[in-house]
Design a binder for this molecule. Structure first.
Ligand code: PEP
Length: 247
């Protein structure tokens, strides 16, 4: 696990799943959670009011880069703050693909979060063809460049990066610990060219088919500071054991 500068973070991404019964189950199961990691549940926004936080925080899965106003269907940082969100996932590959979100828009969303005291969990990661073409670093660099162009060093220091290889999301195909470490190390070195202290403190999560039986080896990698968990975050028991693996 990463050095002491960086507190591990485990964030669950429920995607478009769950209901108030699952919220109640999580409230009960996580109430006595006591791990040396920050724990976040990013549930659908319509469920957020049901959580009883304390041992964990809540987050959104998306946010608008705009202020309150005439933007039907969008949620601003003010609205998310009022709903109790401390975090928001931005730039998940499903949104980059389904909603055509560009890296520039993702960067604006991240900046907006930081301005409101919400920690953006910024997703980057390559599709299978890019990995097969051995172009992962070039692909991820473009996603990171938009962040560096839009956020100051101080703003970047208030973000979290999630490396999520698209071929590993929801497929059961996890990146090997070595593959994850290689890209995490590359991401940290990318930021170290911007500011060495920023790079040292920046938390970089791994996401992509993390399960209770592979979490510990992934989280043991030097530059892996926790995980963004999709499918396994829908089962309280699995999610808790992944949080314990980050201890
Ligand atoms: C995700 O969607 O962010 C994710 C990592 O999903 P899964 O864990 O199911 O691969």
């Amino acid at each position: 696990m990463s050095d002491n500068l960086r507190k591990p973070l485990v964030a669950g991404n429920w995607k478009m799943n769950g209901n108030l019964a699952l919220v109640a189950e999580f409230n009960h199961a996580l109430a006595s959670l006591n791990v040396n990691a920050e724990v976040v549940v990013c549930a659908p926004s319509s469920l957020l009011h049901g959580f009883e936080t304390g041992s964990f925080s809540i987050g959104a899965q998306n946010v608008s880069h705009l202020d309150n106003g005439a933007h039907t269907g969008e949620l601003s940082v003010d609205l998310l703050k009022e709903a109790g969100c401390g975090y928001a996932i931005v730039g998940h590959s499903e949104r980059r693909e389904d909603q055509n979100e560009s890296s520039e828009l993702v960067a604006l969303k991240a900046k907006k979060c930081v301005s409101a005291g919400i920690v953006p969990i910024i997703c980057v990661g390559e599709p299978l063809e890019v990995r097969e073409a051995d172009s992962v670093e070039a692909f991820v660099s473009k996603q990171l460049a938009a962040l560096v162009d839009t956020l100051s060093v101080d703003e970047l220091s208030k973000t979290v990066i999630a490396y999520e290889p698209i071929w590993a999301i929801g497929t059961g195909k996890t990146a090997s610990p070595e593959q994850a470490q290689d890209v995490h190390e590359f991401i940290r070195s990318y930021f170290s060219k911007v500011d060495a202290q920023l790079a040292q403190g920046l938390r970089i999560l791994y996401g992509g088919s993390v399960k209770p039986d592979n979490a510990e080896t992934l989280f043991a990698q030097k530059d892996v500071d926790g995980g963004l968990i999709g499918g396994a975050s829908l089962k309280a028991e699995d999610f808790i054991s992944i949080c314990q693996a980050a201890n």
